[in-house]
Design a protein around this ligand. Structure first.
Ligand code: GAL
Length: 227
């Protein structure tokens, strides 16, 4: 909850300004949602989700929540983006990002060789990617596209996560691993550069000229229920 106010206020300043935007917030604490003034045609819808004592389950739970949401939104919206909330906008993010299936290149791996990508490497997992495959390492905290495509993606990842769970295997980077596997066989139609998801804002760079959106630096022990 500590990240939400900044997330929303910065989104109001930079994210699809001038468009109709509905934010869907998934939280275990709906009563603690701060009041943020939103522009015209913009609203916040809060959905309660169960809490968990493992951040890995909270992170993976987004796929099932989004599968359900995209089913409901089928006739109501054209595009949807999913974001981690511990993040902030700093510059325009708008219609240039729209496409059927949008992936974001992970800000720590854009200049790494493929063998360094932290894909799931155990063949027993549904997220497995063989050593000589893979195009990019994509970020798990941000993806989007048409409501129909995001529905297919989240439905597939939910299924694959439950197959893994039944086999008592958990992919190395949870939903990020499953997302990377999905994008290997269902290529994104648009890639966003790390301009659209940089590291913490204080991590300077000469390579990314405009920083549009970043993760927020945090003390993991303070914000996660487990390590
Ligand atoms: C880290 C990031 C994790 C995960 C990991 C993948 O930088 O904090 O969330 O994406 O990279 O190796």
């Amino acid at each position: 909850m500590i990240f939400l106010k900044d997330f929303l206020e910065s989104a109001e300043a930079h994210y699809f300004v001038g468009y109709r935007v509905h934010y869907y917030l998934f939280t275990d604490q709906p009563e603690a949602v701060p009041n943020v003034k939103l522009g015209e045609e913009r609203k916040l819808i809060v959905r309660k989700v169960p809490s968990s004592n493992r951040w890995q389950d909270i992170s993976m739970g987004r796929m099932a929540a989004l599968e359900k949401l995209t089913e409901e939104l089928d006739n109501e919206a054209d595009y949807i983006f999913c974001f981690d909330v511990d993040a902030k906008f700093y510059a325009r993010w708008s219609a240039e990002t729209l496409s059927h299936m949008v992936a974001v290149i992970h800000p720590w791996f854009y200049n790494y060789p493929r063998e360094k990508f932290t894909y799931e490497r155990r063949p027993e997992s549904e997220a497995f990617i063989p050593a000589d495959e893979g195009d990019f390492y994509y970020a798990g905290g941000e993806f989007g596209g048409s409501v129909q495509e995001v529905h297919k993606l989240t439905k597939t990842c939910t299924e694959k996560q439950s197959i893994d769970r039944a086999k008592s295997i958990e992919a190395l980077w949870h939903n990020e691993s499953h997302l990377n596997r999905y994008f290997l066989y269902n290529k994104p139609s648009k890639l966003l550069s790390p301009e659209y998801l940089w590291r913490d804002i204080s991590a300077g760079t000469n390579e990314v000229k405009v920083i549009r959106f970043t993760s927020v630096a945090k003390n993991m022990a303070e914000v996660r229920p487990n390590i």
